[in-house]
Design a protein around this ligand. Structure first.
Ligand SMILES: Cc1cc2nc3c(=O)[nH]c(=O)nc-3n(C[C@H](O)[C@H](O)[C@H](O)COP(=O)(O)OP(=O)(O)OC[C@H]3O[C@@H](n4cnc5c(N)ncnc54)[C@H](O)[C@@H]3O)c2cc1C
Length: 260
């Protein structure tokens, strides 16, 4: 069964732009942090954040965090995502959750080719069948052994199921659907968007990064006002590997600059 990518910003630091402005102002002020916070209204916060982001003074934006719940993505995507080290992750476990009927992501290029699509679905169905068969075979071995070791039937069943799926999962494909929660601070998000909204990134993580930017921008528009692939804020850094579509990308992400 195939699924669609879903991104939800589930939690973020309250009043993110006010907090960043207060943190930055604290560096140059004799006032206490709470007095600085009290002095900040929407207008002067926006002005200050705009100036800060233009100057490229990024350390104050490390104070604010954004947590995204991501569903309907492949394990291929999450393997790429977790390479970003300055973030926190929680992912649904294949050791503890049985893939009774695993869902999978079909790349659009495969979906658009009926012969490739049929082969792909055949492979997924075969994977499911083998996963189920190996799970059953391993379950029997573990169950009998655990009973011999003196476990009750109930405990032996639970433990045998877990032991069986933790090894059976080795046959599951990269296409397997997964869920992950990721928390990043704004500085790392800005970096993440620069490399993962870029056309050089793979279609799936690019789509996810693009949705994450929309969500983050909706609650902190001045902090994320120059974000997206690197070419939104300056020249393309990809050299010979450039996609050559800078104008298209700048148009796509022009909404980030259109603040109130
Ligand atoms: C288009 C594309 C293709 C890719 N292809 C491959 C590939 O073929 N093979 C492969 O293995 N990976 C590949 N990657 C992954 C890439 O190499 C990085 O691992 C990934 O993008 C995370 O980037 P990062 O290290 O900048 O980010 P993060 O881990 O989020 O770190 C953010 C920044 O913090 C700093 N930082 C973090 N940790 C350290 C550290 N230990 N020491 C010093 N500075 C640090 C760096 O400035 C870094 O840029 C690819 C990535 C992209 C976008």
């Amino acid at each position: 069964m195939k699924t669609d990518l879903r991104v939800k910003l589930v939690q973020y630091t309250p009043e993110p732009e006010k907090l960043v402005a207060a943190a930055a102002k604290l560096c140059y002020s004799s006032l206490a942090a709470d007095e600085i916070m009290n002095d900040l209204d929407e207008n002067n916060t926006e002005k200050f954040i705009s100036m800060l982001m233009k100057l490229g003074h990024q350390s104050p934006v490390e104070h604010i965090n954004f947590s995204f719940a991501i569903e309907g993505v492949s394990r291929t995507l999450t393997h790429q995502l977790v390479r970003h080290r300055l973030a926190s992750y929680s992912q649904r476990s294949q050791r503890y959750v049985t893939e009774g009927q695993f869902q999978y992501i079909v790349p659009p290029e495969i979906q658009n080719n009926s012969a490739a699509s049929a082969k792909f679905i055949e492979a997924m169905e075969y994977d499911q069948k083998i996963y189920d068969e190996i799970t059953d075979l391993l379950y029997e071995d573990h169950y009998n052994l655990l009973l011999e070791e003196g476990k009750s039937e109930k405990n032996a069943k639970n433990a045998a199921s877990k032991k069986a799926i933790e090894d059976a999962r080795y046959v599951l494909p990269n296409a397997c659907e997964t869920k992950i929660m990721v928390t990043m601070n704004a500085r790392n998000l800005i970096h993440f968007f620069s490399v993962r909204c870029c056309n050089r990134a793979q279609w799936e993580i690019r789509e996810m990064a693009s949705q994450m930017l929309e969500e983050a921008h909706s609650v902190a528009p001045y902090i994320f006002s120059n974000c997206g692939p690197s070419c939104v804020a300056g020249p393309c850094p990809e050299g010979k590997m450039t996609c050559g579509k800078m104008d298209e990308m700048r148009e796509k992400y022009s909404y980030v600059k259109n603040n109130k």
